[in-house]
Design a protein around this ligand. Sequence first.
Ligand code: FAD
Length: 491
Amino acid sequence: MQPRRVAVLGGGPGGLYAARLFKLAFPSCEVAVHEQGEPNTTFGFGVGLAAGTQRKLAAADPDTLRDLVAAGRRHDMTLRVGGHVARVRNDRLIGVARTELLAILQRHAEKAGVILNFGARRSAAELDADLVVAADGVGSATREQGPFGARIEPGRGLYLWCGAEFALDDAVFAPVRTEHGVFVTHAYPYGTGHSTFLIETDEDTWRRAGFDVTPGDTDSDEVSLQYLADAFAEQLRGHRLIGNRTRWSRFRTVHCERWSAGKTVLLGDAAHTAHFSIGSGTKLAMEDAIGLVEALRATGDRPSAFAAYEAARRPAVERLQELARRSRLWWESFPSRMHLPVERLMVAYMTRAGNVPLERFAATSPDVVSAALTQYAGTPPPADGLVDWVLDQPAAPPEDLVTIDDVVTDPWDETGDAVVARAREAREQGAPGFRFTGPGDRGAVLTRLDLAERVRLEAGGVILVAGPAALREDLAAGLVSARADLIEETA
Ligand SMILES: Cc1cc2nc3c(=O)[nH]c(=O)nc-3n(C[C@H](O)[C@H](O)[C@H](O)COP(=O)(O)OP(=O)(O)OC[C@H]3O[C@@H](n4cnc5c(N)ncnc54)[C@H](O)[C@@H]3O)c2cc1C
């Protein structure tokens, strides 16, 4: 399809990148971006761009990627618990300031001939164009007012996004226990002298700390920022936490039944979001832009192009949303795992969503995995065949394990509460532990391991999880991560 006039609503990463790619693909087309903010003002601090994203951006637009990489800061990743540290090397993960990211994308859009309009809030309906890209972010009015079948799933925990004026050496995941409960930071360096601090907590802790009633009329929640600066003093090394319209929020996962209607197509956070703990929002928005322009280039008319865009992008988006959902549940229940040695906790973190197989992780971080396996088995692992070795360790199960075959989607919701209550009762009546069984598909087995972990932590006893031999790697990761004590391989 050859559009004559394209209007892009929203000058975030998705909108700006889409505008540039449109103009490069269709030079005679008029492409305009309408952004309500001013060019040099934005919310937020740094965003992470991983290796896979960089590869896709390199293929679509090497010039833009070159500038993004030059502005980024590479970092490794560390988990710090109670003075113990596990470090994972990551050669191509970079953090870029959101201001810098947007400045680069604005510059490249303008260079390609895109018209940038700032400072006025617009609506998709009023834009005069034969194709409107609604890249108006997570709060998208276009999505809310349109026939897109939107569904918003709020997270259980609360988070705030702030920054500090010094560069951490590495990305840091660190919990801190205060008199009110546990706060966890996901922090990483960006630019030359800055770091993002994303801090999350559970609702009870948040209420106990009085954050549900902190002042509502300031730009940022300074009371919380001061409290958290004291709590994370060690990580902050004497620096303060800086807000930028920083408030406690619940993460909202956006799903839409359809991404287009008439001449309007949703892109980026407007169409879908994925929990921040997998750091993929910017990646998804920019990859949507690539997918949309490719679909328009390849397909004859607008409805077919929109359908091709959605068909190409939806599977990748939904796969990441599912990873993000598992990751969110893991972080929301993180305080219950703080007793684990830090290397085992790192394995639990890496395998939390089923995305990083144990042996692949061992190949990139042999020291961490070897330490975790030694902690798990009490003896050092061999150089090869880790999965077999892990699964060979445990002893025979005790007799009279009580079977639990409940199928749940979220082990930490009320269906999980009911399983835990039953398990506690069974333990009081002398049950030695539980045998978790159920469907053999991968999603069900991963969730079963999570439910087993929760029962292990809250009811105790010996925990056996049954699962197909084809999923041995997930089952082995479950043992090392303390989600289960024993595995029963089924056909
Ligand atoms: C706490 C937190 C941490 C995150 N960390 C990461 C990370 O590490 N890595 C990562 O990749 N992503 C991260 N993200 C997500 C990332 O910020 C977003 O996914 C990304 O910015 C989405 O890009 P977008 O272009 O779709 O939307 P946005 O960046 O939200 O841009 C939308 C733009 O539209 C404008 N707009 C909205 N309505 C109108 C209107 N009516 N008229 C004109 N303009 C309008 C807004 O002003 C805004 O500039 C994080 C998000 C959060 C909340």
